[in-house]
Write a protein of this length. Structure first.
Length: 252
């Protein structure tokens, strides 16, 4: 880990630890979350990965307290941009260290929505593993960096029906059973990643087989979950109608 990466990660941890003392729910996502939650296997595919900023999520009901908290820790809040995301997103900047902090409130609204209601209490200092996985799998045009993150996460953690050090497949299946578009993107990406495993020479055969089995297990749980009427109706239309949101460019 570079000195720069260490500074950024420590700054993220400090923001969360000091928020804990104020009973504020603040959790990290993105690259830092994967560094924290994948200590055993993160090195396999992320040797050249650099951390550029801090991405956090919090509850909207604590927005004003979170804003004050981050400012008190030496960051300056930038005026919210005029976008559909502005009401649920704040950007802060530490001029001394050149670190940008992006805070999302209640939801991550990208190609698909990830709702954090009642979920931030379940893990620390990161978002839960299920959301870490969905954060990557909701990307319609998933890139190699995100594919690697998914592989590392699935190598490090088992599939199960709880959130503690486990990817909660039961929760993921419940979400996808009510949203065909989200289901289609996630399952398409999982199958794509499974087919790409042989391209990564850094992975030994056991790594590849384990990740593949966990993908198959997750897909099986998702497919077995009964689907809602809305899901079934949307499935009939399929990809003839756009099933995802075109993401606005995020400016720091």
């Amino acid at each position: 880990m570079s000195e720069r990466d260490e500074i950024i990660i420590n700054n993220a941890k400090k923001l969360i630890e000091t928020a804990d003392k104020k009973r504020l729910f603040l959790r990290v996502l993105g690259a830092i979350a994967f560094r924290i939650h994948c200590p055993k296997f993160g090195h396999l595919l992320s040797k050249s990965r650099v951390i550029t900023d801090i991405d956090l999520v919090a509850y909207g009901k604590q927005m004003s307290l979170i804003e004050r908290h981050i400012i008190e820790n030496g960051y300056e809040m930038r005026p919210p941009s005029i976008t559909s995301l502005a009401a649920r997103r704040r950007i802060f900047y530490d001029g001394k260290n050149g670190i940008s902090v992006d805070v999302f409130f209640d939801k991550l609204e990208m190609c698909h929505d990830i709702d954090f209601k009642g979920r931030l209490e379940l893990d620390h200092p990161t978002i839960p593993l299920a959301e870490m996985l969905l954060e990557k799998l909701q990307i319609v045009q998933i890139n190699e960096k995100d594919v690697k993150d998914v592989i590392i996460l699935l190598r490090e953690h088992e599939i199960g029906d709880k959130d503690e050090e486990t990817i909660n497949a039961k929760y993921i299946a419940k979400l996808l059973a009510d949203d065909w578009g989200f289901y289609y993107t996630v399952t398409t990406n999982l199958n794509k990643i499974k087919n790409l495993l042989d391209d990564y020479n850094e992975l030994v055969e056991n790594d590849k087989k384990l990740v593949e089995s966990r993908i198959d297990n997750l897909l099986n749980i998702v497919e077995q979950k009964p689907k809602s009427l809305g899901w079934k109706m949307r499935a009939k239309i399929g990809t003839k109608k756009q099933w995802y949101r075109v993401v606005e460019e995020i400016q720091h």
